[in-house]
Every structure is written in C-alpha cells, then in structure tokens.
Design a protein around this ligand. Sequence first.
Ligand code: SAM
Length: 295
Amino acid sequence: MADALLGPAEIRELAARLGVAPTKKLGQNFLHDPNTIRRIVAAAGLRPDDVALEVGPGLGSLTLGLVGAVRHVHAVEIDPRLAAALPETVPDAHLTVHNADALHVRAASFEPAPTMLVANLPYNVAVPVVLHLLAELPTLRGGLVMVQKEVADRLVAGPGSKVYGVPSVKLAWYAEARSAGKVPPAVFWPVPNVDSGLVAFSARTPAGDIDRSAVFAVVDAAFAQRRKTLRAALSGWAGGADRAEKLLVAAGISPQARGESLTVEQFAAIAGAAKQSPSGGKLSPTGAQAKEVDS
Ligand code: SAM
C-alpha cells in the first residue's frame, strides 16, 4: 500500500485543482479516510500476484491503497476528467486507466486479466456492474465491493430472508457472498444520506450444465410476482400454469412454494426440467424426487 493515502484536506484540494464538483448522477462520493482504505484492502484478501479491477477510482483514494498490494491494477472510470487525472495522483507503472463505462467493458480490454474486483461502486449502478463483470470476466476469483448497506444486505441474503431476491440469486450463481461489515457516511465526501456495506465474494463453479440465461429467466419470472406461488408466477414463462406445475414437480419443487424460498440450484433444476421438456413432451427423471409427467 502506498505510504500516503488521501485524507479530507487532500481530497478537497485535489477536487478543487481538477475543478470537480461531485455529481449524484455518477454516484460520486469520495473516500477521505485512510483507515477505511486500509480496512477495504485488508478485507479483500488480496495476494501479491492478483490483478485488481477497480470500478470508479474517482480521485484515487482506493487506487493508492491497491497499487502496493497487487501486481497490477485496472481502473475503469466513466468521468473523463477523473480518468485523465488519475495517473498523476497514482504514478505507478502497474496501473492501467480505462476511461469507460463499467457496464459495457469487455474482457479483451484487460491485459493482464483481472483476478479480483475491489471497488467503492457508484451506488446507482452497483448491482448491474457486479453482475456484468462476473459474466464478462470469468478470470475473477473473487472480490470486495462497497455498496449502499441496503443493497449489501440484498446481495448476501439467503433463501427465506425478506430481502432475498433477484440480485441475491444472480450473485449466488457466480459466487459465494458474505457481509464484510458496515461503513458510516462520515468517511465520504460529500457525506451520503445512507450507510454503506462491504460485500466479499469468492467465485464458484455454477452447478450443472444449464445456461445462465435460462436460469436467470426463471429467476426473473419467479420474483416478478414474488407473493404468488411458483405455479402462478411461472405460468407466463412456462406457457401455462399446468406446464409450470409439471416442470416444478419434475424439478422436485412444490408448485405451492414461492421464489423467495428457493436456492440458486433449485432455480437451475427448474430451468433443467424445461430444457428436457422444450415443447411440453414427457419429462425424463432428473433425480430422486423427479416424476414422469404428461403435458
Ligand atoms: N473509488 C473512489 C473513492 O472511493 O473515493 C470513488 C468512488 S465513487 C462512489 C464512484 C465512482 O464511480 C466515481 O468516480 C464515478 O465517476 C464513477 N462511475 C460512475 N458510474 C460509472 C460507470 N458506469 N463506470 C465507471 N465508473 C463510474
């Protein structure tokens, strides 16, 4: 980690020199607390041979913490003024700055390939950014992201929790996630009106050979009407409530259950049952509880 991290005075001075007035639209709340930077870098569990991907380096607070901890840092910043100024604040040969929108970056832009995502994310696009990067960069072995506390709670929630939903299941497809603590508003400039939370995750191999898009279609349908039973919620997706029921039974899941009680593996089992019965033909057995059903 670099010796000199940025405190409140440095952050204000840097912003004034660059003529940067933080905007809400880009989620610009800059960290000005060296202890929080040290905490994030430590909690990320980085190895010296890791290649870190930082989304939204801003004025460089976290970037300064990352450059000494890994062998290379890719920093993706959408704001051209901040991207242009970063090499001056963080003069390190092992830093590559990408002036780009993280929602649209492609794997081919990153050499060496990123192994860890570490970021204080722009809160308005945090979930789509994390899911896009996990889909686009299978080289990521894990990461640590700071997001709005409420979003952190959703990302780490498990089945049965009130806040378990689409972001929880989709993140679980790629990774095991856990909370790494809360961060108070006072460590940011400007001070946000929400608490923040740290989410740590380790990539995992998705279960089975079902396409991610097929599984995510079931997840989206199940949570679009989360209060309904799966038989009802999945009827549009399945082409009728009867077929939804048959696919659920074939997957070993009660048609009366709700999406909020299912693991990502169970959503994959439903997609798997549909794959075996694409046009409503006889389902073949898929496990202990599978039944042959007519369509
Ligand atoms: N990492 C810095 C820190 O901790 O002080 C800044 C974090 S600030 C919460 C979010 C940063 O993400 C801002 O610098 C903002 O310009 C940038 N940003 C916003 N949307 C982005 C996007 N779609 N792609 C890349 N960067 C983005």
